[in-house]
Write a protein that binds this ligand. Structure first.
Ligand code: CUA
Length: 312
């Protein structure tokens, strides 16, 4: 099940933040109810005290209300919120425990590069994490400031071009979590999605093992042709496919492209039709991306598609 909201906590950090939110909501609601009641009472009282001939009423000393309602009450409310915030901050880890899984996340305009340095895995826009184990996300950016946010796991932290921020999160149960970029970073900021897949340790290990493998061999003449085209065409100057070409620097690693649920960081589904459209001209799907349109004829495009579709 896909959890997408900050009020659907699926981990200890998210729970702490959700608890704080509910506390502030309850406090705000109590203040609203009390003031609405006082306002109502004063309107009723005012009507009773008015002089029917002139419509005026005698002014009374407002100092008691000013002191309690204007000084004491706000002081109590602000102190309570401050105290609860300090407690929530204390319960949010700021350094990674030694058993934490390290995941490096690099924000790009407009996608997420995801690397597991200890496992030797690189992927994009999808993060697999084991259930019940803390994950240290080391956040940085290749260009402008982005912000890493997976509401149902908690957090939200800037990914900066000149330094690394660490966010420690943990998923308590298996499931999928929608994440997004939370800092305006240009034209396609809104389409910079991230999917976090939390799975039991064995499932996670199996995923890592699969991702560590080199790209699948091309099967069939069409896919063979596509594989050659990938190397010959401009694709390989930006994209890495491990086992085929290692020089790409700009775009997402495509070694296991077919294993990902979306393309373009959630801009489109990873289906043959949408991938074909993307290869022909990604700007029709996600205007402004760095990838240029390709000038392949229909046959070559079909070949490239056949090869990419086989990259499980
Ligand atoms: Cu990246 Cu907004």
């Amino acid at each position: 099940m896909l959890a997408a909201g900050a009020l659907e906590p699926r981990g200890p950090v998210a729970e702490t933040i959700a608890d704080l939110w509910w506390f502030m909501f309850a406090l705000g609601l109590a203040v609203f109810v009390v003031f609405a009641a006082l306002l109502g009472a004063s309107l009723i009282r005012r009507r009773h005290e008015e002089d029917p001939s002139t419509g005026e009423r005698a002014p009374d000393a407002p100092s008691r209300w000013l002191i309690w309602g204007g000084v004491v009450l706000p002081l109590v409310v602000v102190t309570a919120v401050f105290g609860a915030t300090v407690v929530a901050m204390r319960d949010t880890p700021t350094t990674a425990p030694s058993e934490a899984l390290v995941v490096e996340v690099v924000g790009h305009q407009w996608w997420w590069e995801v690397r597991y340095p200890e496992e030797g895995v690189t992927t994009a826009n999808v993060v697999h994490v084991p259930v019940g184990r803390p994950v240290a996300f080391r956040l940085s950016s290749a260009d402008v400031i982005h912000s890493f946010w997976v509401p149902s796991l908690g957090g939200k932290m800037d990914a900066l071009p000149d330094g690394t921020n660490t966010l420690v999160l943990q998923a308590d149960e298996a499931g999928e979590h929608r994440g997004a970029c939370a800092e305006f970073c240009g034209l396609q900021h809104a389409r910079m999605d991230l999917l976090v897949v939390a799975e039991p340790a064995e499932g996670f290990a199996a995923w890592v093992a699969g991702q560590r493998e080199l790209a699948a061999e091309a099967t069939g003449a069409l896919a063979e042709r596509g594989r050659e085209l990938f190397g010959d065409a401009r694709c390989a100057s930006c994209h890495v496919i491990r086992g085929l070409t290692e020089v790409g620097v700009e775009g997402p690693d495509l070694t296991h492209l077919a294993s990902r649920p979306t393309i373009g960081a959630g801009a489109a589904g990873n289906t043959a039709m949408e991938l074909a459209e993307w290869i022909a001209d990604p700007h029709t799907v996600k205007e402004g991306v760095k990838m240029p349109a390709t000038d392949l004829d229909e046959e070559d495009r079909a070949a490239l598609l056949a090869y990419l579709e086989g990259l499980e």
